[in-house]
Design a protein around this ligand. Structure first.
Ligand SMILES: Cc1cc2nc3c(=O)[nH]c(=O)nc-3n(C[C@H](O)[C@H](O)[C@H](O)COP(=O)(O)O)c2cc1C
Length: 310
């Protein structure tokens, strides 16, 4: 058990968390991969690896490449499917006192809705994050997240299939992030999360080949932080539902910046690969910041960035 800290305790879209720091989908497996190294009960929430109706094999290797201040990945949403999540992964996770949000992926509207339907009522799930933004699969996903009509359709179908809070995860690979956040709110989303990875590529000049078998991959890590921060600020200004911010968060100061920009909670992704304890460490650092600046509660810093006097 982890001692409760009233200053950090928060609730988003009906999901109660010990603190506003979650681990981002695809960077923390299903928790088991990290449980030998950290106390996962110190996290606000675990967002699972993207889960589809049937198992997906993912892309062929090479699937990751390092970049200056970040990484490219083209995993292609490899996962064992929703039935394996229900029968194996969730029962193991239920022994821990930590909120679990399941990240859902699909290639069709029906597939998204069917995964949501199967997860509805399964004990130990607090919410569904809907990945409409993965740049590494050829069908579905990003095609949904870059088209306003398809975004509305997928959010509506998932909402109709579940009583759980629904959190669409937005793609940064769009022109107007505020408009996409707005579409989600209008379609019944309980919160939005952003950003997923930015599409990029990498070439090895010596061998004159692409480093990723998939050619393109998703860029994550500190390199994307300024873009993510700007998008979170724009999305938060456009909607009244909570915004969950991520993209390059590696330390408490990064997390505080996202909250000042309007995020009610944050997710830590690539930083987990450098330090498995990044999430708990960031939560403690946010608490230090609140104490240092005399804030009574973490909610007090949400959207508290001051406007510049122009
Ligand atoms: C290796 C890897 C796998 C990922 N898999 C998923 C996934 O399955 N579903 C998803 O919604 N996002 C996935 N993401 C995106 C992250 O959740 C996050 O949105 C992105 O990496 C930006 O945050 P970061 O810069 O802190 O990593 C993945 C990212 C990485 C690096």
């Amino acid at each position: 058990m982890v001692a409760e800290n009233n200053r950090l305790k928060t609730e988003i879209a009906g999901i109660s968390m010990k603190n506003p720091v979650m681990v981002a989908s695809g960077t923390f497996g299903f928790g088991r991969e990290y449980a030998d190294f950290i106390n996962i009960e110190e996290l606000g929430a675990i967002v699972t690896k993207g889960t589809s109706l049937l198992p997906w094999p993912g892309n062929p290797p090479d699937r990751i490449a390092e970049t200056p201040a970040g990484m490219l990945n083209a995993i292609g949403l490899q996962n064992d499917g929703v039935e394996s999540l229900i029968s194996e992964k969730l029962p193991w996770l239920r022994q821990f006192d930590v909120a679990v949000i399941v990240n859902v992926v699909g290639k069709t509207l029906d597939e998204y809705a069917e995964v949501a339907r199967r997860l509805d009522g399964v004990p130990g799930i607090c919410g569904l994050e809907i990945n409409i933004s993965c740049p590494n699969v050829k069908e579905g996903c990003i095609a949904f997240g870059t088209d306003a009509g398809m975004t509305a359709a997928v959010v509506g179908s998932v909402k109709a299939a579940t009583k759980l809070p629904v959190i669409p995860k937005l793609s940064p690979n769009v022109t107007d992030i505020a408009a996409m956040a707005h579409v989600c709110e209008d379609s019944g989303a309980d919160a939005v999360s952003l950003i997923n990875t930015l599409m990029g590529t990498s070439i090895d000049a010596e061998t004159r080949t692409f480093r990723l078998a998939n050619i393109t991959g998703g860029l994550s890590g500190p390199a994307i932080k300024p873009v993510a921060l700007r998008m979170v600020w724009q999305a938060a200004g456009a909607v009244s539902i909570p915004v969950i911010g991520m993209g390059g968060i590696s330390c408490a100061q990064d997390a505080v910046e996202f909250m000042l920009a309007g995020a009610s909670a944050v997710q830590v992704g690539t930083a987990n690969f450098i330090n498995p304890n990044a999430g708990p460490k960031i939560a403690r650092g946010i608490d230090d910041y609140l104490a240092r600046h005399n804030f009574e509660h973490v909610k007090d810093i949400v959207g508290a960035v001051k406007s510049n006097n122009l």
